[in-house]
Write a protein that binds this ligand. Structure first.
Ligand code: GLU
Length: 541
C-alpha cells in the first residue's frame, strides 16, 4: 500500500513533523522538577472536581519548583468560547493561582510551549495525523452517520474491536485510487487509528496514586481526527503533553478506562509514556445513603463560584481541599497553626486514594479558624470586597462607615480567645445585625423592663470606664429592688425584682434585641452616646 501517497493526498499542505518538533525543544529540568498542567475544557463554569485536580497539579509543581501551565482544551466546544474561558481565568485569579505558562485573555502566549489553546493547534494535530497515515498506522474513514451507515458504525464499536473482523471495515484498506475518487467526490473524511491489537492483549501501566494497573489493551480503530480537522481528547492529549513536556498528567479517574487507548497512541506516535496521576473524584452521600459524584445538578457547592457568592475566604477553601486531598495536611496544620499553607510540603504518597466526601461542616470549621486569625481591618477589607459584588446596600454602608464597621468587626476579636463563629462574609451582616440596624425587641415582662430602662435612661451618663458603667447599673438596680448580692438572690428570689444579671439583660435587649450579645460596655463604646440613648428610648415604646 502506498501510505505515503495517501498521506500526501489527504493532507497536501500539512507541515513536516521535524518542523514542528524543532519548536518544542526538550525542557531543561533539574532533578525532581515536575511539569504539570491544568487543561480545562471551557464550559462556562468550573466544577470543584476540576479545581481539585488543578490544585493537585499545582501543588506537585509548587513543591518541586517545577512548571505549572494552563492549557485551554476548547476543541469540543461550539458555543461562545470567550466567556467560558473567562470563568477559568477568573476562578484561578481569585484563588491566587498563577500558572507559569498560559495564554493571556487577549491571546498572548506566556511561555515557550504554546499556543496554550488547543483550537490554535490544529495544524500540529494534522501534521501528526499525516505522519501516522504515512506510516500505515492510521487511515481515512469516509463513513457518515447520515448515509445509512449506522450498521458499519455499530460493527466498528463492537465486532470490529475484537478480532480479524476488522478487515471487513469498509475504510480500513481503501486503495489510493478509491480514496482519491472519494475526495474528488467531495466526501469528507475522519482519521482513525489502525490499532495493532486484536482484542486479546493486556497492558500494564503505573499510576502515581493507584499504583500498577492492568487492563485490556485498546483494540478499537478510534477516531483521532474528526472530519472537521479537530482531534478528540486522546489525540490532542498525546501530542500536547508530549510537545509541552508534561512530566505528570494529573486528571480525574474517569480517564483510567481510556488510558490503554491513549498509551497505544503514544506508542504509535513514537512518544515516551507520561506519568499518570488519576485523582479520585469528590463525592457526596446521596439521599439513599450511597456515595455519588458531587454534581452541578444537585449540589450548588459543585460550582466554584458558589464560594465567591457565599463569601468564603479563598484560603479556607484551599486549606479544605488540601485536607481532603492530602492526608498529611491536617497534622501539619495542627503542628504549624500559624504558617501559610504554601509552606506545606505536598507529597505524592499522601494523596488520597479513596474518593473524598465533601463536607461543608468541615469547610466551615476551617474557615472559622482562618477568619479568627484575621485582624478587624482584614475582615473589613474582605467583607468590603465581597459586598462590592454581592451586596450593594451593605457595600455602601461599609464605605460610608469604615471606622465604625472596623470597631464592630473587632468585637471579641483581639485577645487570647478570638471569636470563632464567622465562616463566610455573607453571614457577617446578620451576625452583627444589632450593630448595623435598630434591633427588633422581644420582651418577656414589659412592665418590669420599662421600669428598669426608664430609670437607667434617666440616670445615664456615657461611661468612660467599665467599672463606672457597672457601678451605675448596680445603683439603678439597687434602687428598683434588684439583688446586688447573688447569694441572697438565690436564697430568696421572690423577695427581689431580679439580680444584676437580669438588669444587664434588660440593657442588652434594649440595645441589641438579644440576650447573648457580647460585652455590653464594649458595645456601648462602639454605638456611642447618642445611639445608646436613642435605642434605650425607643425600646420603651
Ligand atoms: N479537558 C479535559 C477535561 O477537562 C482534560 C483532562 C486532562 O487533564 O487531561 O476533562
Amino acid at each position: 500500500m502506498d501510505y505515503k501517497k495517501i498521506a500526501d493526498l489527504l493532507f497536501p499542505n500539512a507541515k513536516d513533523v521535524n518542523q514542528i518538533e524543532s519548536l518544542y525543544p526538550k525542557r531543561q529540568l533539574k532533578e525532581g522538577q515536575v511539569v504539570s498542567r491544568f487543561a480545562p475544557s471551557p464550559t462556562g463554569f468550573m466544577h470543584i472536581g476540576n479545581f481539585f485536580q488543578m490544585f493537585i497539579s499545582y501543588n506537585l509543581t509548587r513543591v518541586t519548583d517545577g512548571i505549572f501551565f494552563l492549557r485551554i482544551e476548547d476543541t469540543d466546544f461550539k458555543r461562545e468560547k470567550k466567556d467560558a474561558v473567562n470563568v477559568v481565568y477568573e476562578v484561578l485569579k481569585k484563588f491566587g493561582i498563577k500558572p507559569d505558562e498560559y495564554q493571556t485573555l487577549d491571546g498572548v502566549d506566556i511561555g515557550d510551549y504554546g499556543p496554550y489553546v488547543q483550537s490554535q493547534r490544529l495544524e500540529i494535530y494534522q501534521t501528526y495525523a499525516k505522519k501516522l497515515v504515512a506510516e500505515g498506522k492510521a487511515f481515512p474513514c469516509f463513513c457518515r452517520k447520515t448515509e445509512g451507515k449506522e450498521d458499519v458504525l455499530k460493527l466498528r464499536e463492537t465486532k470490529f474491536n475484537e478480532d480479524d473482523e476488522k478487515e471487513y471495515d469498509p475504510c480500513r484498506n481503501l486503495t489510493f485510487e478509491e480514496i482519491k475518487q472519494k475526495i474528488e467526490n467531495g466526501e469528507k473524511f475522519a482519521i482513525r487509528l489502525k490499532t495493532k491489537n486484536t482484542g486479546k492483549e493486556r497492558i500494564k501501566f503505573y499510576d502515581l496514586i493507584k499504583g500498577e494497573i492492568e487492563a485490556k489493551a485498546n483494540a478499537k480503530d478510534f477516531v483521532i481526527l474528526k472530519n472537521d480537522g479537530v482531534p478528540p481528547y486522546a489525540f490532542a492529549h498525546a501530542i500536547d503533553d508530549t510537545l509541552m513536556g508534561t512530566t505528570i498528567v494529573v486528571r480525574g479517574e474517569e480517564y483510567i478506562s481510556s488510558t490503554p487507548a491513549h498509551l497505544e497512541l503514544f506508542d504509535a506516535l513514537g512518544f515516551k509514556h507520561p506519568t499518570y496521576c488519576h485523582n479520585p473524584l469528590i463525592c457526596k452521600i446521596g439521599e439513599n445513603g450511597n456515595r455519588r459524584k458531587i454534581s452541578k445538578r444537585f449540589d450548588e457547592e459543585a460550582d466554584m463560584r458558589y464560594y465567591f457568592e457565599q463569601g468564603y475566604p479563598e484560603t479556607a477553601v484551599l486549606e479544605y481541599l488540601l485536607n481532603i486531598i492530602n492526608s498529611g495536611f491536617e497534622i501539619w496544620r495542627a503542628n504549624n497553626p500559624d504558617k501559610p499553607w504554601q509552606e506545606f510540603k505536598f507529597g505524592v504518597k499522601e494523596i488520597t486514594t479513596v474518593a473524598p466526601i465533601f463536607d461543608l461542616v468541615k469547610l466551615n470549621d476551617i474557615s472559622k479558624n482562618v477568619i479568627a486569625k484575621m485582624s478587624a481591618q482584614q475582615v473589613y477589607e474582605n467583607v468590603l470586597n465581597w459586598a462590592k459584588d454581592y451586596d450593594k446596600v451593605f457595600y455602601k454602608f461599609l464605605v460610608e462607615n469604615k471606622e465604625y464597621a472596623i470597631k464592630v468587626f473587632n468585637i471579641d476579636r483581639e485577645g487570647p480567645k478570638p471569636r470563632k463563629d464567622i465562616y463566610k462574609w455573607s453571614m457577617i451582616e446578620d451576625t452583627f445585625d444589632y450593630m448595623f440596624h435598630k434591633p427588633k425587641l422581644l420582651i418577656e415582662d414589659k412592665a418590669k423592663f420599662n421600669a428598669f430602662i426608664s430609670s437607667y435612661l434617666d440616670e445615664f451618663t456615657f461611661p468612660k470606664e467599665k467599672e463606672e458603667w457597672f457601678a451605675k447599673v448596680k445603683e439603678v438596680a439597687g434602687k428598683l429592688g434588684y439583688a446586688l448580692d447573688n447569694k441572697q438572690y438565690k436564697l430568696n428570689p421572690e423577695k427581689f425584682a431580679g439580680n444584676v444579671a437580669k438588669a444587664c439583660e434588660h440593657i442588652r435587649i434594649a440595645l441589641t434585641g438579644r440576650k447573648d450579645a457580647p460585652d455590653l460596655f464594649e458595645l456601648i463604646q462602639i454605638l456611642g452616646e447618642e445611639e445608646v440613648k436613642a435605642r434605650l428610648k425607643s425600646s420603651l415604646d
